[in-house]
Design a protein around this ligand. Structure first.
Ligand code: ZN
Ligand code: ZN
Length: 147
């Protein structure tokens, strides 16, 4: 168990949610993943160990984790939502390759704090998060397909 996992569990507990084995498994899978995962990806990995866990269970639990802000949802424009654990203090965005689907985290954020505060003030809107993905072609694909 690492810190990210512990803090996710702590958040569930504080908000009165049960730490079910299903939720634990989803969190573990997302932590071990090299990048953001779709519900299908998560389900496939968990099903190797727990063949009884349905896709629907994964969906429902991801929805809870999303609602609590423990995971974030990313849209890589291929019609599939992907999810990753929010790690406190490690805010980042992703480079997404449109050819092979590779996603890589980059620790930059174009949304600066002052803009955020201004929008919040002007629109009387409580900002709880944002998403920003950078699309293009990765080095491997550029080489391979001469992009
Ligand atoms: Zn690629
Ligand atoms: Zn950002």
């Amino acid at each position: 168990m690492n810190l990210v996992h512990e803090s996710a569990i702590e958040q569930l507990r504080q908000k009165g949610y049960k730490i079910t084995p299903q939720r634990q498994e989803i969190l573990k899978t997302l932590e071990a993943a090299p990048g953001p995962q779709s519900v299908e990806d998560i389900h496939r990995q968990i099903a190797e160990r727990y063949p009884n866990m349905s896709m629907d269970t994964v969906y429902r639990n991801i929805a809870v984790l999303l609602e609590l802000g423990i995971v974030s949802k990313l849209n890589f424009q291929d019609g599939k939502n992907r999810f990753e654990i929010n790690c406190a203090g490690k805010h980042h965005h992703h480079l997404v390759c449109l050819t092979c689907g590779l996603s890589e985290a980059v620790e930059i954020c174009p949304f600066n704090t002052l803009d955020q505060q201004r929008i919040a003030r002007e629109k009387k809107f409580e900002i709880t998060g944002h998403s920003f993905e950078i699309f293009g072609h990765c080095a491997k694909c550029r080489e391979k397909y001469k992009l």
